[in-house]
Design a protein around this ligand. Structure first.
Ligand code: AMP
Length: 418
């Protein structure tokens, strides 16, 4: 598990904040969920046949002998919370969460054992208009983060339960005679979750699947209509996408719309987010039947896409670095610092620890500040401040303290915008 140092952490915060404000702008409510749950929730809610639960969970017994797991994802907890807090009675909540997720995977670029997800789940809507809204929220975020052209949307449909069962039977009939040539994971899935074989990473299995039955041939009329409608609304909204027939997203309770976003910037871990409709899950976790749909996006991976686009956050600890040249000026500079923080909304770091004047300016430079604000005996006597630009060749100036808010609002805000 990684340490996220300030530059990386501030980049993650930027991505997270963009999601938060966008979700809020669509009228979605935040929910905060526990980091750990009873293991059985994930086994039932995500499925033991998925890698995230079957192979990668951090599971342990707590002191009362209960099997507990660090959450590998957020949907199961969100559904549990909605049921156990009676949020679904007479209401149709639209919720979002962020949080650290844990999976015991082999770490590599874009794949970590602890990572951040942002997710949204909506309950009570049969779609497909709400599915498109979920997709649009993410598309808005890509645009705001300047990475729309680096992320592709792929969609598919799994149809309703009847269509999926008919297809599943046809797929099993096709694959059973080929069992000897399938990869071991796919052989196991033949009994547990055959649709997932379509997602197999094995090239031989993918070759065998060339002649497999196609889900589109098994969609009944309501399922076909649903998908047509989804595509129509997406196109009307100006969202570009491609249809990827083999995408099943692993979980056997998914139905109708499934979608994923991919980026070429991430090498093997190209998926940055995904989601879909999961109408069966609420009932499966003990609630009354309730349609639902949602997405989850990996914040770490979105930050990597921005890195690849040359848009890494330019991390600065503060805007202004305040140096008092004389310890008798402390009260004066404290007051100035507070006014700048509260009235000019600036990040102000005050020098501490004394030291030679040269070293104080070195610290000012290292902080990333645009300006050093210097106060000595002369400034105190005249009620002025001296401002030394740290990133340009402009000369230093001395201004009246009472004029400083106007100065910063005008000058510094312009510099910050550049
Ligand atoms: P999933 O819950 O597997 O559909 O994952 C949703 C998103 O979470 C993925 O698209 C990734 O962006 C992110 N994600 C999943 N696993 C990891 C991981 N091990 N490290 C970093 N991000 C991950």
């Amino acid at each position: 598990m990684r340490d996220l140092l300030p530059t990386e952490a501030s980049h993650m915060t930027l991505v997270e904040e963009t999601f938060k404000s966008t979700l809020a702008s669509y009228g979605y409510d935040e929910i905060r969920l526990p980091t750990m749950e009873w293991t059985v929730l994930f086994q039932r809610g995500v499925g033991e046949d998925t890698d995230a639960v079957g192979k990668e969970m951090y599971t342990f017994e707590d002191s009362s002998g209960e099997s507990i797991s660090l959450r590998p994802e957020g949907t199961a907890s969100c559904v549990r919370a909605a049921i156990s807090n009676t949020m679904l009675r007479g209401d149709r909540p639209r919720l979002w969460y962020t949080g650290n997720m844990f999976r015991h995977e082999q770490p590599q670029k874009g794949r970590y054992r602890e990572f951040m997800q942002v997710g949204a789940e909506v309950f009570g809507y049969t779609g497909p208009d709400i599915d498109v809204e979920l997709i649009q929220i993410c598309e808005d975020v890509w645009r705001k983060l300047g990475i729309s052209d680096r992320i592709d949307l792929q969609i598919n449909t799994l149809g309703n339960l009847e269509s999926r069962l008919a297809f599943r039977n046809a797929l099993v009939d096709f694959l059973v005679p080929l069992k000897g040539t399938l990869d071991p994971d796919s052989v196991r899935r033949l009994d547990t979750n055959p649709l997932r074989i379509l997602d197999s990473k094995s090239e031989e299995t993918q070759n065998l699947l060339q002649n497999a039955p196609r889900l589109t041939d098994y969609l009944d009329e309501p399922s076909t209509k649903y998908f047509e409608e989804l595509r129509r609304i997406l196109s009307e909204a100006g969202v570009s996408y491609s249809v990827k027939e083999r995408m099943v997203r692993g979980l056997d309770y998914y139905s109708h719309a499934v979608f994923e976003w991919h980026s070429d910037d991430l090498g093997a871990q190209s998926q940055v987010g995904g989601g879909g409709r999961y109408d069966g899950l609420v009932e499966r976790l003990g609630g009354s039947a309730c349609p639902a749909s949602g997405f989850a996006v990996g914040i770490d991976r979105i930050a990597l896409v921005r890195d690849a686009a040359g848009k890494s956050a330019d991390h600065r600890s503060c805007d202004v670095y305040v140096i008092s040249l004389d310890s008798s000026g402390d009260t004066y500079v404290n007051k100035i610092s507070r006014i700048l923080r509260e009235q000019a909304d600036l990040r102000v770091r005050k020098h501490h620890g004394g030291g030679r004047v040269k070293n104080r300016f070195r610290d000012a430079d290292r902080s990333g500040a645009l300006w050093a604000l210097v106060v000595g005996e002369e400034e105190m006597a005249a009620q002025t401040i001296t401002l030394k630009p740290l990133r340009t060749d402009e000369p230093q100036i001395t201004i009246a303290t009472e004029a400083m808010i106007d100065f910063f609002n005008d000058k510094l805000k312009k510099d910050l915008a550049n």
